[in-house]
Design a protein around this ligand. Structure first.
Ligand code: GTP
Length: 313
C-alpha cells in the first residue's frame, strides 16, 4: 500500500462553531475518511485526547476558546502534540497565516473552502504524518530482533515511570543476559549468534505479551523487559515463563557449561515510583540481581529481597 493510499482512511476531527461549515467539510471528506466533529474548543480537546484523530481541521475564530488557544493546548499535551492541525479560517492576511503557523498549525486553508483543495491538503498532511511516524518507529526499534532498542526502552521507561508514579502502581523490570554467548559465537559462528538473538527476542515477547509490556534489546546479548503495573511477584511469573520458553527453544550450546542449551540469567526487581527513587535505581537493582544470577550458576533468575525496596545509590 502506498503512502497516499494509507492517507485515505484517517480519522479527521473538524472543529467549528458553525454547523454549516462542519457540513461543508464533512461533505468534502466523508468518502475518504472517518469524520468526527466538535463545536467548541473544550469539546475539541476532549475528543482529541479520547479519540486520537489523525488530523484536526480547526476554525480560528470561535467564541470562548479560539483556534490559537486550542492549538497551543494540543501542543502542550504529549498525547496530542503530534496530531497535525490545519487552520480553516476566513482571515486571510499574512499576519493571520503567520500567527496560525506559529501556534503550531501544519497548514492553512481559507474560507470559503474548495472541496478538492481540502481533500488534497488533508491527504498531504496525513502522508507526512504517516511517514514521520514510520521513521520514528524505526529509530526506536532494534534492526536485528525487531524488539525496541535502547532508545525505545529509555523513552518507555521515562513515560512508564511517570505514569506509574501518578497512578501509584508498581513498575517491574527484568534484565536478562544470554549465558556464555561469547562461547556460542565462537562455536557456532556469528550468523548463528544473530539468529539466536532473534529467537530469544521472540521468546521474550511471548513471555511478556500484555499490551503495556515492553521488550527491548539493551546491549549486545542483554535484553530488558519493562512491566508497568507489576510487582515483583508478577515479574517473577514472566521470568519463569521466559525460562520455560528458552527450554522449549532448546537451542544447542555445547560449550555453555550451564546447560546443553542456550540459557538466560535474569535480575528481577520492582518498585513504586516515588520521590527520592529513580528509574536508574531500578535498573541498578535489577542489574545487581542479574550479576547474582550469573554468580549463582546461570540459567536462573534472582528476585529482589522482600524488604522495602532500597535502590542502590
Ligand atoms: N552474534 C552476535 N553476537 C553478539 C552481538 N552482540 C554481542 N554479541 C556477543 O556477545 C558476547 C558477550 O560476551 P560476554 O559479555 O563475555 O558474556 P558471555 O560470554 O555471554 O558470558 P556470561 O554473560 O558471563 O554468561 C560477545 O562475544 C559479543 O561479541 C550480536 O549482535 N550478534
Amino acid at each position: 500500500m502506498s503512502w497516499t493510499d494509507m492517507a485515505r482512511n484517517g480519522r479527521i476531527l473538524i472543529v467549528d462553531d458553525a454547523m454549516e461549515n462542519i457540513q461543508i467539510l464533512h461533505q468534502a471528506l466523508q468518502d475518504e475518511h472517518e469524520v468526527v466533529f466538535a463545536m467548541n474548543g473544550a469539546k475539541a480537546l476532549h475528543i482529541a485526547q479520547t479519540q486520537r484523530p489523525d488530523l484536526i481541521l480547526l476554525d480560528a475564530m470561535m467564541p470562548d476558546m479560539d483556534g490559537y488557544a486550542v492549538c497551543r493546548a494540543l501542543r502542550e499535551s504529549g498525547a496530542t502534540r503530534d496530531i497535525p492541525i490545519i487552520f480553516v479560517t476566513a482571515l486571510k492576511t499574512p499576519e493571520d497565516e503567520t500567527r496560525a503557523l506559529e501556534a503550531g498549525a501544519a497548514d492553512f486553508i481559507t474560507k470559503p473552502v474548495n472541496a478538492a483543495v481540502v481533500r488534497a491538503r488533508v491527504r498531504t498532511q496525513l502522508t507526512v504524518k504517516r511517514q514521520s511516524d514510520a521513521l520514528r518507529e524505526l529509530t526506536l526499534t532494534d534492526g536485528l530482533t525487531g524488539v525496541a532498542n535502547r532508545r525505545g526502552f529509555d523513552e518507555a521507561m521515562d513515560t512508564e515511570w511517570r505514569r506509574c508514579a501518578r497512578a501509584k502502581t508498581p513498575l517491574a523490570l527484568i534484565i536478562a543476559d544470554i549465558d556464555h554467548f561469547k562461547a556460542y559465537n565462537d562455536a557456532y559462528g556469528h550468523q548463528a549468534g544473530d539468529d539466536s538473538l532473534v529467537r530469544v527476542g521472540a521468546a521474550m515477547r511471548r513471555a511478556a505479551a500484555r499490551p503495556q509490556d515492553l521488550v527491548a534489546r539493551y546491549g549486545g546479548e542483554e535484553f530488558v523487559i519493562l512491566l508497568p503495573q507489576e510487582d515483583k511477584r508478577g515479574a517473577e511469573v514472566v521470568a519463569r515463563k521466559l525460562l520455560d520458553e528458552m527450554a522449549q527453544l532448546a537451542i544447542p550450546h555445547e560449550k555453555s557449561g550451564a546447560s546443553p542449551w542456550l540459557t538466560l540469567s535474569m535480575g528481577v526487581a520492582s518498585l513504586m515510583p516515588a520521590d527520592g527513587l529513580s528509574a536508574g535505581g531500578l535498573i541498578k537493582t535489577a542489574d545487581a540481581l542479574l550479576y547474582q544470577a550469573k554468580a549463582g550458576g546461570r540459567n536462573r533468575y534472582c528476585l529482589q529481597a522482600d524488604q522495602a525496596p532500597t535502590p542502590l545509590p
